[in-house]
Ligand binder design. Structure first.
Ligand code: ASP
Length: 330
């Protein structure tokens, strides 16, 4: 006769084997995969995630992929949600440079970017743009600096919360110009951009994936790009770089990547990575991204180990810059 302890152990093993996810039946027909986006709908991270979901769906036998905008706290609410989710491949995180800058920029986050996630691969590189409300009386970067200097103490700068890319870019911009601005935090840059267009805030630094259409439609004024070289995207090609405008070493390029909770089965990770790599070659996805100034990754950073190395290098790169600029928050 089996002891009570043995029965409990066998029952636990049974549950474990029923609950185990294997790549052969992943993704199950009756289950949806959720892409957690740690910012609001309609913004740059959301746009990348929705386009990627469409492209990956084709690679995963038509699997249903839904987007959950778990926005707030500069991206840490959504990232934390995935760090604590079931490690079964059905809850994934689409995040950006915050994975690398948050540990320094925000010193108290409830998860560890290095050890709480499986890295599934990198998606794209995206430039940022410095933009203003349409009514701001400056028409080029030099005039913008003049206006900033004349309006010290009165300038509102939007961002997507402490730790976000717009927060980082805005802090570096203030530090470079040595002017303090009033931060206006949103849960993503979609609402920040709407308020910029409406004139409720003055300035924003945001990804081209959010700003290109508004720059093209003259809904906002654009002054510079944060990349080392000028861009080739038609609507953005005349914008100077911040470096050529006089802000030496001011380079911020945003990456997006795909992550799973730590402990996701290796074969499920591989299936997701294969689907990601195939999606990154999807002509429609690439065309959409390029039209918005983004560069879809086609190098080794699409491999989990290489992406992990890249993020570690980004942490090492940004940590001293953030510390030197004294721009971190608690
Ligand atoms: N662009 C935002 C940021 O500043 C996030 C977003 O809404 O996607 O991090």
């Amino acid at each position: 006769m089996r002891s009570f302890k043995q029965i409990i152990t066998l029952a636990a093993l049974g549950v474990a084997s029923i609950g185990a996810v294997h790549a052969s039946d992943f993704p199950a027909k009756d289950k949806s995969i959720t892409f957690v986006v740690p910012f609001t709908a309609g913004g740059p991270t959301d746009r990348v995630a929705r386009d990627l979901a469409e492209a990956m769906r084709k690679q995963l036998g038509g699997a249903n992929i839904v987007v959950d905008n778990a926005a707030g706290a500069g991206g840490s609410i959504g990232a934390n949600k995935v760090a604590k989710a079931n490690a079964d491949g059905y809850t994934l995180l689409v995040h950006h440079i915050g994975m690398a800058t948050m540990p320094t920029l925000v010193r108290n986050i409830p998860f560890k970017v290095e050890s709480d996630f499986e890295y599934l691969g990198m998606i794209n590189d995206v430039p940022m743009t410095v933009i203003s409300r349409p009514t701001l009386p400056a028409n080029n970067y030099k005039e913008l600096v003049g206006w900033v200097n004349q309006n010290k103490g009165k300038i509102n700068l939007g961002n997507a919360g402490i730790g976000s890319a717009s927060h980082l870019c805005g802090l570096l911009f203030q530090s470079a110009l040595q002017v303090d601005m009033t931060a206006v935090p949103y849960k993503g840059t979609a609402p920040a951009l709407a308020d910029l267009i409406g004139g409720q805030i003055d300035l924003l630094c945001d990804q081209t994936t959010n700003t290109t259409a508004q720059i093209e439609g003259k809904k906002v004024k654009a002054f510079a790009v944060t990349t080392p070289k000028r861009l080739t995207t038609p609507a953005l090609k005349d914008l100077p770089t911040l470096e050529e405008s006089g802000l030496k070493n001011f380079q911020v390029t945003i990456f997006h990547g795909l992550y799973a909770p730590k402990g996701t089965p290796a074969d499920v990770q591989k299936k997701l990575n294969d689907a990601l790599k195939a999606a990154l070659k999807d002509a429609e996805f690439v065309k959409k991204q390029e039209g918005l100034g983004a560069v879809v990754v086609s190098d080794r950073r699409t491999e989990p180990a290489e992406h992990r190395k890249f993020v570690a290098a980004e942490i090492a790169k940004w940590s001293p810059i953030i510390k030197a600029a004294g721009v971190y928050a608690d």
